[in-house]
Ligand binder design. Structure first.
Ligand SMILES: O=C(O)c1cc(=O)[nH]c(=O)n1[C@@H]1O[C@H](COP(=O)(O)O)[C@@H](O)[C@H]1O
Length: 272
């Protein structure tokens, strides 16, 4: 999916919601555990309930990897079930020496056909380029993450006197095929989002951290939105575990709709 198609979908649904499929066997209703593939059954019902409000789904790979081969099977079935016009993100946070990154890229872009994968920039250009070689796929580079520990390295002043996340944003722009690059920018980072937007005015941000982590959607839109929206805002636990009983799908639908309505008015206000 290219940027124009993504923006078209955002306009059509008046939404920039990404639903995070962080599906955890210890949090899904126990009745589902009797089924052959509880993770897929849960995801299927979540997707059915939220697809009209979502422009992206983001399975966090850890939740599937942790279950061994069965988890990978649930992940593949989930990916196949997501409607084809919705953007898919493999939240895998990969990145390694070139030849290894090439195989990570193959895993998520060829074997599994995700639209995008989250990548850590720490190992530098040669660890990211193999992902960028897939012309019609997207790399979502960790820039300024939502967790408290992000200050440990990302906010440190580099040699040039700028915080390290500035270097990530500026350097990565020189890595080629950056049209298909997005950046992770945490919703918990408030005004710093404006700083990131100044450095990369046209790129999409994947913004986790609203809902369970307490980030403000209003603030994200105010500081981060551009004239093609430029935002995919993720909520995982706030949607998928809105109820931990068998009414989980209708509760997820309610939460997704609530966010979508808020997003519709933010699009009107800030998407210019
Ligand atoms: O790359 C991510 O998606 C990510 C980056 C980041 O800075 N913070 C962050 O929370 N995430 C992911 O976004 C999701 C947030 O989940 P909730 O806090 O439950 O909405 C999880 O899958 C995290 O791994």
């Amino acid at each position: 999916m290219n940027k124009a198609e993504l923006f078209e979908q955002i306009k059509r649904k008046s939404s920039f919601l990404c639903v995070g499929l962080d599906t955890d066997l210890s949090k899904i209703p126990s009745d589902l555990l009797k089924l052959e593939d509880p993770v897929f059954e849960f995801n299927k019902q979540i997707i059915d309930a939220t697809a009209e409000y979502a422009v992206a789904y983001k399975p966090n790979i850890a939740f599937y990897e942790a279950l061994g081969p069965k988890g990978w099977e649930s992940l593949q079935k989930t990916l196949d079930y997501i409607p084809k016009d919705i953007f898919t993100i493999a939240d895998a946070k990969r990145g390694d020496i070139g030849n290894t990154s090439g195989l990570y890229a193959k895993a998520f872009f060829e074997s599994m056909d995700f639209d995008s994968v989250t990548v850590a920039p720490y190992m530098g250009v040669d660890s990211v380029q193999p992902f960028l070689e897939f012309q019609d796929k997207w790399v979502i580079l960790l820039a300024l993450t939502s967790n408290a520990g992000s200050s440990d390295f990302q906010l440190i002043e580099s040699k040039s006197g700028k915080p390290l996340f500035h270097e990530v944003l500026e350097k990565s722009q020189l890595w080629g095929n950056t049209d298909n690059m997005m950046y992770v920018v945490g919703a918990t980072r408030g005004e710093l989002i404006a700083e990131v937007r100044k450095l990369v005015p046209d790129h999409f941000f994947l913004v986790p951290g609203v809902g369970a982590q307490g980030g403000s959607l209003e603030e994200v839109a105010q500081y981060g939105m551009n004239d093609t929206c430029g935002l995919l805002v993720n909520s995982s636990r706030g949607i998928i575990y809105a109820s931990q009983k068998m009414d989980f799908a209708s509760a997820a639908k309610r939460e997704a709709e609530k966010l979508q309505l808020e997003m519709a008015s933010l699009l009107e206000q800030y998407c210019r």
